[in-house]
Write a protein that binds this ligand. Structure first.
Ligand code: NAD
Length: 389
């Protein structure tokens, strides 16, 4: 345990050394203690960069309760390291079964947080189910999927607090979703497979902010890139960028690698899987592990087998084999270390400043889903320019 926690601290300190925005924000928080008396519930991908966000909020005076955002993205050394800090409670472990994850979310709700910072909207959803909003002052949400779920809660009259859509800040989606997902997803796929990308055909499903980065970096690695996108305007945009727009079935027949980033369930469904090219590798970069229909893969396959760590092979009766990476969960976190450190420094700076905004006296908005205030977006951009110049 101690050895594991030590490894966790090494990773946290490595990330910290490359997070200049956090260094600045943390030293101000230590002086001003803006979160003194606040209880912050965090549901995040528990790895080294996120640990630095948690430590920054803790340095600002908050008591923290931390759960994972996805069982496969939780890194045990990080969870154990954070649990050593007084005032930080961690309820998460790698590979925890779904029931355990839900129990941990309930423990977070029982902690009666005054602020929530999360990745995916599970806590907000659970608060609404239990009607346990307690003393909650507001929520900051990081992902496209989580923001959609918050908007759904708001539209059905079930969101009694203000929420800030951190995902929708320019300094978030233009960099985190595009360049962060673009780099870290290919990094994870290459680590997990040890295969060459150059000369291969890649199919990107969904040409949103993540899809744009995935396509761009695949081209940079020497792949021929096909794009399947249901929004015709974005499909034209992909074509004008030089990527071939295709229907899903046609793309499946040609692609050596398929990467999904739509945020929608069952996109690569049974009908699409029937068209899969022999040897195809399937990976998902979207928040939930439901974009590639795993149950359909199991139905279609005669047998499944572990091909490499994190890679499952599915052999079809006609002899074709396809490989699913990281059980179809978001691959850059399931099989890699997530986004590059500097990218998360930017995204988490938005989170920390947006949380501070939520509690500043006189500034708290009424219930609803709000954008990150423009002055925070600009302030973060200026901080980034300081270290880029
Ligand atoms: N892996 C990561 O680290 C990471 C980082 C940021 C966001 N995300 C997640 O990635 C997902 C996508 O995020 P985004 O910011 O790119 O969203 P986005 O809304 O910008 O893009 C999604 C795109 O998918 C398209 N789409 C939807 N259904 C489709 C279908 N059936 N076939 C083809 N295209 C379809 C949409 O038209 C849209 O263009 C979300 O789940 C988000 O939470 C993951």
């Amino acid at each position: 345990m101690k050895e594991q926690a030590k490894l966790g601290w090494e990773r946290i300190e490595w990330a910290q050394a490359h997070m200049p925005l956090h260094a600045e924000i943390r030293s101000r928080f230590e002086r001003e203690r803006p979160f003194s008396g606040q209880r912050i519930g965090a549901a995040l991908h528990l790895e080294a960069k996120t640990a630095n966000l948690i430590l920054t909020l803790h340095a600002g005076g908050a008591e923290m309760f931390v759960v994972g955002s996805n069982p496969l993205s939780t890194q045990d050394p990080i969870a154990l390291a954070l649990a050593e800090v007084e005032g930080i409670t961690v309820a998460a472990r790698h590979g925890e079964p779904e029931e355990e994850r839900l129990r941990n979310i309930d423990l977070l709700v029982d902690f009666s947080p005054t602020l929530i910072v999360e990745d995916g909207g599970d806590v907000a959803w659970r608060l609404a189910e239990r009607g346990a909003w307690g003393e909650l002052l507001g929520i900051c949400e990081e992902t496209t999927t989580g923001v959609e779920r918050l908007r759904a809660l708001h539209q059905s009259g079930q969101l009694p607090v203000p929420a800030i859509a951190v995902n929708d800040a320019q300094m978030k989606y233009l960099f985190d979703n595009r360049y962060g997902t673009g780099q870290s997803t290919w990094d994870a796929i290459m680590r997990a497979t040890n295969l060459l990308i150059a000369g291969k055909t890649v199919l990107i499903v969904g040409y949103g902010w993540c899809g744009k980065g995935l396509a761009l970096r695949a081209r940079g690695l020497g792949a021929r890139v096909l794009v399947c996108e249901i929004d015709p305007v974005k499909a034209v945009e992909a074509a004008m960028e030089g990527f071939a727009p295709v229907e899903l079935a046609a793309g499946m027949e040609e692609a050596d690698f398929v990467v999904t980033a739509t945020g929608k369930p069952g996109v690569v469904d049974e009908a699409a899987l029937r068209h899969a090219k022999d040897g195809q590798l399937l990976a998902n970069a979207g928040h939930f592990g439901y974009e590639i229909d795993r149950a359909a893969l199991e139905r279609l396959a005669q047998e499944s087998f572990p091909a490499r760590a994190g890679v499952t092979g599915y052999r079809f009766p006609d002899g074709r084999t396809v490989y699913l990476l990281g059980e179809g969960e978001l691959v850059n976190l399931a099989l890699g270390d997530g986004h590059p450190v500097e990218i998360m420094d930017i995204s988490f700076a938005l989170q920390a400043l947006s949380l501070e905004h939520l509690i500043r006296e006189g500034e708290r908005p009424s219930p609803g889903v709000y954008p990150v205030p423009q002055e925070i977006d600009r302030r973060v951009a200026e901080l980034v320019l300081n270290w880029l110049r």
